[in-house]
Write a protein that binds this ligand. Structure first.
Ligand SMILES: Nc1ncnc2c1ncn2[C@@H]1O[C@H](COP(=O)(O)OP(=O)(O)OP(=O)(O)O)[C@@H](O)[C@H]1O
Ligand SMILES: [Mg+2]
Length: 259
């Protein structure tokens, strides 16, 4: 059977991953990872350190090459081993926004320029339009008054909110977040989580690697637990958290709660 979103006639599926696998040399990080995400859904990915969560996200936007399986991602088909043209890669990166643990802002640009620069480069927006979009997004993340500041003058949580605004400015179809709050103090982390909640409410499709169990439970629609070289279990967050099916998942939850 072909793993195509079309063949299922489920046009709501924006991301469909089938039997994805990734190894580094002879070390298998994960294999046989399959996942379907609907438009507007928030999918949280949790699991112990080293489970391959970051590697999985990086495979989705091809920062890493998966070596098994295939995926449909916002209408694009990607298969392991397939040669991907530059245009397809640009298209994919436009469709998929990414927010990292370590903000990755341009240090020598102002907050505003950090957002405006990619808008002009990637979307060829005019100076006026890109500024307007950037200022609107900065207001949304509560930082309009810091537009002229340098990233180094902001707290970690503020920098992360700028990074989210920057990603949103490019109007991605899917946003990937890799532990966006784990480098932050809990209090500023909350501001970032609130912004992410707003983004989720706006209808954005999100894949979020996180240690924030409350976010996964309250904001997440779907939960994926990674471990032991693949997906341990996936499904309704509440169900998995109240009655995990696998011993390995139970062990992980106990470790997280004790932390
Ligand atoms: N470029 C690479 N080359 C070789 N091994 C790698 C590479 N990137 C990741 N790995 C290995 O892959 C495994 C999974 O790493 P990954 O960072 O995806 O885990 P993670 O689940 O995100 O962990 P954490 O919760 O600590 O962020 C680790 O053993 C890591 O050392
Ligand atoms: Mg990681």
């Amino acid at each position: 059977m072909e793993h195509t979103a079309d063949s299922e006639r489920d046009t709501d599926i924006i991301l469909e991953i089938a039997s994805l696998g990734k190894s580094f040399r002879d070390h298998t990080i994960f294999s046989d990872v399959s996942l379907r995400v609907r438009k507007g859904e928030v999918c949280s990915i949790i699991g112990p350190s080293g489970a391959g969560k970051s590697t999985f996200l990086r495979c989705i936007n091809l920062l890493e090459q998966p070596d098994k399986g295939n995926m449909w991602i916002a209408g694009q088909y990607i298969e392991s081993g397939m040669k991907i043209s530059n245009n397809d890669l640009i298209q994919l990166r436009r469709n998929v926004g990414m927010v990292f643990q370590s903000f990755n802002l341009f240090p020598n640009m102002s907050v505003l320029e950090n957002i405006v620069f990619p808008e002009q480069r990637v979307l060829s927006r005019s100076a006026a339009e890109s500024k307007e979009v950037a200022m609107e997004l900065l207001s949304k993340v509560g930082l309009a008054d810091r537009a002229q500041a340098r990233p180094s003058q902001l707290s970690g949580g503020q920098q992360q909110r700028v990074a989210i605004a920057r990603a949103l400015a490019l109007e991605p179809k899917i946003m990937l977040f890799d532990e966006p709050t784990s480098a932050l103090d809990p209090e500023v982390g909350l501001d970032v989580l609130r912004v992410m909640q707003d983004v989720a409410r706006s209808g954005m499709t999100m894949l979020v690697v996180t240690h924030e169990m409350r976010f996964a439970r309250e904001i997440g629609d779907h939960l994926v637990v990674m471990g032991d070289g693949g997906i341990l279990e996936q499904g309704d967050p509440d169900e998995i958290m109240t009655s995990p099916q696998k011993e390995r998942t139970r062990k992980f939850f106990t470790a997280v709660i004790d932390r």
